[in-house]
Design a protein around this ligand. Structure first.
Ligand code: NAP
Length: 310
């Protein structure tokens, strides 16, 4: 496999990555996007995005991702479907190693790898992945049409998912480890008005209920009283936050205590020529629009960096 030479390498093809690629390519930089699966990242799991400006009727995440890719490629960005296995980021000449596309030599690396669902942990929980435990209500909810399901989490995603499932399923148990939700009031109000959502508060998932080895529900434990309760249900949806995807990023790039790459609004990390954009970056609001904005900003600082070194 021949080595490749680019001015900028963007890692991750979500809204942050493709916005960065669009702006870099339009600024005349030879730009590569390295993506594992397909364009769009996490937003492809969203059925309808209603808060991205310009789409009055909403837009599905898959379509938006595809359009972002096409737009960046129209201006010359090149996409490679491959896994990044490591990076050498010291100095002006950097290298990004991939599983099956060889090495990419570059001066600026824009990390746009996003964050993945935090996994739930209880005895044997891994065994029931996709056979009782599900991480994407928009993807798998329809499989439980007319059934009772449980959902764990108290953030925006969890309550949004609970509302979505309440429209498909007969009943939704909403399990949250505290009395107060983390989600915005808009979602909290929606949940309290929805009759077929039963909140199970101050509670954590303690184990699976099984019938003949098959998923039959969850056992929850009240964290204040220690009491347990069985909730017969066909599936457990898990929305307990996200974990940044940084395993291929060298330790020299500083992280916060949650593992997010530390960068301010300039998207510059502590390593010169390395930028963090989108959900993988420390930031107060993780949305498609803030991810896209990061991509645009990173291109300006990437260009400045490259020009300052010549
Ligand atoms: P989040 O805001 O971090 O919420 C995670 C939830 O899971 C919290 O309620 C947390 O409980 C709970 N949790 C964490 N670890 C747990 C564990 N081990 N066991 C049980 N519960 C656990 O994550 P998110 O809801 O995925 O949202 C991620 C970001 O996307 C946020 O910035 C959010 O605002 C944004 N978002 C926005 C929208 C929108 O504006 N339309 C929609 C979706 C997401 P505690 O509350 O007790 O910590």
């Amino acid at each position: 496999m021949e080595d490749k030479i680019f001015d900028t390498v963007v890692i991750g093809g979500g809204p942050a990555g493709y916005s960065a690629a669009l702006y870099c390519a339009r600024a005349g930089m030879k730009t590569a996007v390295l993506e594992m699966l397909s364009a769009g990242g996490q937003m492809t799991l969203t059925e309808t995005i209603e808060n991205y400006p310009g789409f009055n009727e909403g837009v599905d995440g898959f379509t938006l991702g595809d359009q972002m890719q096409q737009q960046a490629e129209k201006f010359g960005a090149e996409t490679f479907l491959t896994e990044v296995t490591g990076m050498d980021l010291d100095g002006f000449d950097k290298t990004v190693h991939t599983a099956d596309e060889g090495d990419f030599h570059t001066h600026a690396v824009i990390i746009a790898t996003g964050a993945n669902a935090r996994q739930i942990q209880f005895p044997e929980s891994e065994k029931y992945q996709d056979r009782g435990i599900h991480y994407c209500a928009a993807c798998d909810g329809m499989r439980f049409r007319g059934k009772t399901v449980a959902l764990n989490g108290g953030g925006n995603t969890a309550l949004e998912d609970a509302l979505y499932l309440s429209r498909i399923c007969e009943k939704v148990y909403l399990i949250h480890r505290r009395q107060q939700y983390r989600a915005e009031q808009f979602y909290v109000d929606g949940v309290s008005k929805t009759e077929n959502i039963e909140p199970v508060l101050d509670s954590v998932v303690d184990g699976a209920l099984l019938e003949n080895g098959k998923w039959a529900g969850v056992r929850v434990k009240n964290v204040k009283t220690g009491e347990t309760r069985d909730l017969p249900s066909e599936a457990l949806f898990v929305s307990i936050g996200r974990v940044p995807n940084t395993k291929m990023v060298p330790e020299s790039v500083e992280r916060d205590k949650g593992g997010y790459l530390i960068a301010d609004e300039t998207t510059c990390t502590n390593v010169p020529g390395v930028f963090a954009v989108g959900d993988v970056r420390t930031k107060p609001l993780r949305q498609v629009i803030t991810a896209a904005a990061d991509g645009a900003v990173a291109s300006v600082f990437a260009l400045k960096y490259i020009e300052s070194q010549k």
